[in-house]
Design a protein around this ligand. Sequence first.
Ligand SMILES: *Cc1c(COP(=O)(O)O)cnc(C)c1O
Length: 475
Amino acid sequence: MNLATAYSAATFRQQAHALVDLLADHLDRAETGTAPVINYSEPEQLAYWQADFAQPTNDDPLPLFADMISRSIHLHNSRFMGHQVAVPLPLATLTGLLTGMLNQGQAVYEMGMTANALERIVTQWLANKLGLGPEAGGLLTSGGTLANLTALLTARAIVAPSDVWTEGSTDRLAIMVSEEAHYCVDRAARIMGLGSAGIIKIPTNDSYQMRTDLLDTYLDQATASGLTVFAVIGSACSTSTGSYDDLTAIADFCERHGFWFHADGAHGGVAAFSDTYLPLVQGIDRADSVVIDFHKMMMIPALVTAVLYRRDADSFRTFQQKAQYLWADADAKDWFNSGKRSFECTKLMMSAKVYVVLRTYGDQIFTDNLETLYGLARRFAQQVRRCEGFELAVEPASNIVCFRYVGPENDPEPIDKLNSQIRNRLLQDGRYYIVQTTLRQHTWLRVSLMNPLTTDEHLAELLAEIKLIADRRAW
Ligand SMILES: *Cc1c(COP(=O)(O)O)cnc(C)c1O
């Protein structure tokens, strides 16, 4: 292929039309439920693609596109209810095509004039929705993992007594976080050199929420052993069970001790958009920093994450601890050089996907999606409770429901093993996609209801299917 042809507008026009048709057919099949959610095969996917890779090149990429679709898990299928990945709005996906073509690097103003402006608008809109106040702002980055690390780096720069950025670690710093928090918080703390001792895991109650009544005891112990706590992280919500920590209690505790309060709302922070579910995140407006993934509960394809700060100026100290006053003054002039406060240098033009959805549908679509999915989960929990042979791990606070099949009394099969086998069978069948999780050393089935087109009937059918599988035990 010569380079001029590879860049030709005519070729692009023809391939893009064909691809859009292919994707629209894919959406059609998902909507009508005529295709399985997954064509599970293990491990011959690698062999298949190795054989494909050995083929001579082919000018027409369409067969490749089609193959990739059929050999991937289908999030738009209403029976997809596994991991916490957004079912992308087609409009946001289309915007991804646009931003891929524009490829605005964004680290300096002229390499992302529109991208940086949209990022500013989108982050301030979100900070405003969360009630973070007039000085709030933030940035977008690639994923909750990087976002949590960024926020904790800011926290350390602002709150820790020593200048770690310049001097290296001199104090034994520590954070406090629930034992149910997403593992990336633990990872971020280790990257920051806090070590095992610097990650103080607070036990959870029967609803898997942080035992905030224990914070003072754990702090006394930490201080006595020579640790300097600088931040507390609240989960809104946690990953396994989707439980919300008591953010108000954490905010009070942080205020009393001068600690940084970080809210990890990667999954469930958007509850703040709903009058019904707002109580779940009460206190989030008092956080010093908040992380929200648009690619979890906000229907945007990965990755788009907001790191928000109650005082936008704080974010300019993350990677420039010494230059703090400089940045605070220059803030108003320098918001557009986004590379200065983000871990990333070249960055995806991610703001556009959110902006286009906001300008086309309005922000009510985010509220509707959240309320649909959280409501569905509550009704599913009722179904589980009413259905003989099933048990619920905990009343769902979000759209994540953990449950298991306990079978008839005196069932000789250990319950953990039985549920693991049920989940395996479902995966092989491919009509439903659910996952499993471990809670207090036991295996539970887990659904994250991510597709707003999933109905109560799909979920009733899932329970019936599980019962059938368990009765047959054909593994
Ligand atoms: C998903 C999640 C993360 C990690 O975010 P990524 O975007 O997957 O990197 C962190 N915290 C919570 C609470 C999450 O749900």
